[in-house]
Design a protein around this ligand. Structure first.
Ligand SMILES: Nc1nc2c(ncn2[C@@H]2O[C@@H]3COP(=O)(O)O[C@H]4[C@@H](O)[C@H](n5cnc6c(=O)[nH]c(N)nc65)O[C@@H]4COP(=O)(O)O[C@H]3[C@H]2O)c(=O)[nH]1
Length: 721
């Protein structure tokens, strides 16, 4: 009985090629198949079978072996080439072992002997088609698996994190390729290595401990931060956040290839290492920034206070002393203004380096702001030791700094407060060190001073005034005006005297008499004179460079400036820096300065004169008037005080004094400048007695640089002498 095979089992769209040269057999076989719902195409010989194979797609071919034209073997060859998925069944009277095995070797799925039994045909057909569909399903699954495997491989390898698995001993049994990008290691070289291999010692034990935690699971993974060692040219270590948990073997369906089978048996931990280097570095930078000065990389105020607090607690506990020093650089502002902020910054860095070399590891040097530093010596036996360190700090800054081929001189004033004598509280200690520092400033800078209680009252008053003037310096409220000096012979403006003015925000333009006494009291004189010198050299230097080659600049110097041991070096360095020709500079000093320390001043002036600078004695006749020194000193100019000039009227005392001074100056071959010329009579008189230069309201009041610049470009003044 012919068994029915439903079309559901073998859908009708399955087309079967039937090829046989026996027309009867061909027809009966194809009818049998059609009856079962298959579509069939018939071929009466091998050639036709081949043609049909080229034109149509077949699920299965039933082929006779002995056919005219091409035989069944040739048709099988073509079928396997053109339609490899087409199953082949041989239906043949040829039953020799050779033929059967040859057919099977060519890919025949089964062999039916002629004359065929319909049931056998249908059963064989069902069997072959069933196997074929199983094979297809299997191939589909394989394909899907491959796809899914490559998708997962892609996901794992392209993860931004290192994905890894460890065996029960903590050895790597899987690593994705990210480990190469992030750490420079080839995954293959790490497989079998303990994860300690990538960690430093103390982090390795932390990591091992973390994984031992019995409570960790996929829902409660362990997370810890470590730095991992890199290989090759990558940064030495990178920071990672590791998240790991034990592998749930039950959830692992072992369906993959040998690698996966190996993993499923050995992997105990699954982990992800996320690169947090940038975040860590940003955090480190932010915390560094919060506690350090970025320019010098020194601790800032906040960190200094913190360390001082700790040091004070320790000092209290151990009953020892500590020292706080307040350091303020002398002349820094001038240098900053003259050479620019970039150079100022480099100078601060260079100063820091020198200061640090004088200190021990436990000391804290901090930048308090601007050119102010504070220093904490957490344990000092007493004042002598602190004094020795202060001496060292002062000494180390004495040598000039060479920055971009410039020699820069700088000094430091240091105030010292010893705990507990100078204060029990942090703020008090810092403030008292600051007060002691101001004491040094007011005594002439470049030194140190210990705080003592008498300073509190005395200094606080002066501090207010000094702060006001300091602000004026810092905010550029000081201006330089110039008063012309006229050569009586040519009527030309041959010199200008620089005179300082304070453009006070509330009180308007202040004259030197209103603030210089305060400046010398608080010892800001040197800073002011420096500022004037710098500004004037720049401005007058421009006029000189613009063609007024012989124009001289006269500047007033304060006693403190002239008496400073490095006065000449610094002045010459400053002139060089400002490209101002020394021969165009006149410095004005009073007789009193000269007489203060004749020996010292005489040496200083000699050095200055050697550099070509001219020296003028200001207010001549009003001081000691010890004419003796004129022989010994390199003086070039005498400035007759205006009180004498104003008394000039033929026959009176003023005239006599002026006559005498001029005569003496002629004898000593000194140039004479008469100050305070206010009218034509005075001018005529001075001209008559052979005075070379005049200065006074009659010839021109002190005026701004812009006005003088304009005057210089005008024709010579006609003084009608
Ligand atoms: N009555 C009258 N006065 C005249 C006449 N011609 C000029 N003067 C004034 O006389 C002073 C001349 O300067 P000085 O004797 O060096 O005297 C200066 C100088 O000793 C000092 N000074 C000014 N600028 C500086 C500075 O930058 N550094 C230092 N260390 N001292 C300065 O302040 C003093 C006063 O300066 P100023 O008030 O600018 O006063 C100037 C000027 O305005 C005149 O015809 N009649």
């Amino acid at each position: 009985m012919i068994q029915a095979y439903t079309s559901e089992q073998f859908p009708s769209h399955q087309r079967i090629l039937v090829a046989d040269d026996n027309p009867r057999l061909l027809e009966s076989l194809s009818a049998l198949l059609r009856q079962q719902g298959y579509e069939t195409s018939t071929a009466a010989d091998g050639n036709e079978a081949c043609r049909l194979l080229r034109e149509q797609d077949f699920t299965l071919a039933m082929l006779d072996l002995n056919m005219p034209g091409r035989d069944g073997f040739q048709v099988m060859d073509l079928a396997s080439r053109l339609q490899p998925d087409c199953a082949l069944i041989v239906v043949s009277g040829e039953t020799s072992f050779r033929s059967v095995s040859r057919a099977l070797r060519r890919g025949a799925a089964d062999y039916i002997r002629k004359p065929f039994d319909p049931d056998e045909v249908l059963a064989t057909l069902a069997n072959v088609l069933g196997k074929q569909s199983l094979l297809r399903a299997h191939e589909d699954i394989q394909r899907q698996l491959q796809k899914s495997e490559s998708l997962h491989r892609y996901i794992v390898n392209n993860s931004p994190d290192i994905v890894f698995m460890l065996d029960g001993q903590g050895r790597f049994c899987f690593l994705n390729s990210k480990v190469t990008n992030l750490l420079g290691h080839d995954p293959a070289e790490l497989i079998g290595q303990h994860f300690r291999y990538l960690l430093n010692d103390e982090e390795a034990s932390r990591g091992t401990e973390a994984l031992k935690d019995p409570d960790i699971s996929a829902d409660r993974p362990v997370t810890f931060e470590v730095s991992l060692r890199t290989k090759g040219t990558l940064k030495a270590t990178r920071h990672f956040e590791i998240t790991a948990f034990p592998v749930d073997q039950a959830a692992w369906h072992e369906s993959g290839g040998p690698d996966e089978r190996y993993l499923s048996r050995h992997a105990h931990y699954y982990g992800i290492a996320r690169d947090i280097t940038e975040r860590k570095e940003a955090e480190a930078f932010i915390s560094f920034q919060a506690y350090h000065d970025l320019l010098t990389r020194l601790p800032n105020r906040a960190l200094f206070r913190d360390r001082l607090n700790v040091a004070m607690s320790q000092a209290r506990r151990n009953q020892h002393k500590l020292a706080v020093m307040f350091l303020d650089l002398d002349r820094f502002k001038i240098i900053n203004d003259t050479l620019g902020h970039a150079m100022g910054d480099r100078l601060l860095q260079a100063v820091t380096q020198r200061l640090e070399k004088c200190l021990r590891k436990g000391d804290t040097l901090s930048r308090f702001g601007g050119d102010e530093f504070t220093l904490l010596l957490p344990a000092v036996p007493g004042r002598e030791e602190a004094a020795a360190i202060a001496d060292k700090l002062i000494d180390t800054l004495k040598a000039p700094f060479r920055l971009e081929n410039q020699e820069i001189f700088i000094g430091v004033s240091i105030g010292i407060a010893i705990f507990p004598d100078a204060g029990q509280h942090l703020e008090q200690l810092i403030r008292n060190a600051d007060l002691a520092m101001y004491q040094v400033k007011s005594r002439g800078k470049d030194g140190y001073c210990f705080f003592d209680s008498s300073m509190t009252v005395d200094t606080s008053n002066r501090l207010g005034l000094e702060r006001d003037l300091r602000r004026a310096l810092a905010c550029d409220e000081l201006e330089v005006h110039y008063q012309p000096q006229i050569c009586l012979r040519s009527g030309r403006m041959t010199s200008v005297e620089a005179l300082v003015r304070w453009r006070h925000p509330e009180r308007g333009l202040l004259l030197p008499g209103e603030f210089l006494p305060l400046a010398s009291e608080t010892n800001l004189m040197a800073d002011i004179s420096d500022k004037v010198l710098t500004t004037a050299c720049r401005e007058v230097g421009r006029w000189i460079a613009a063609g007024h080659r012989d124009l001289r600049l006269a500047v007033n110097l304060s006693p403190a400036q002239v008496e400073h041991p490095e006065f000449v070096e610094r002045l010459v360095a400053q002139l060089r820096l400002l490209h101002f020709p020394a021969r165009n500079l006149e410095i004005e000093i009073t007789e009193n300065v000269i007489m203060n320390d004749l020996a010292q001043v005489s040496q200083t002036l000699r050095e200055l004169a050697r550099h070509g600078v001219k020296i003028a004695v200001d207010d001549f006749g009003t001081g000691y008037s010890s004419l003796n020194y004129l022989h010994h000193l390199p003086i070039h100019i005498l400035k007759v005080d205006r009180s004498f000039v104003q008394g000039v009227r033929a026959g009176n005392d003023g005239a006599c004094i002026v006559n005498a001074i001029v005569a003496m100056a002629h004898g000593l071959k000194l140039e004479i400048v008469a100050e305070g010329v206010e009218n034509q009579d005075q001018l005529d008189y001075l001209s008559e007695i052979g005075c070379q230069r005049v200065q006074g309201f009659f010839c021109g009041r002190p005026q701004s640089g812009a006005d003088i610049g304009a005057l210089l470009d005008q024709p010579p003044i006609h003084l009608a002498v």
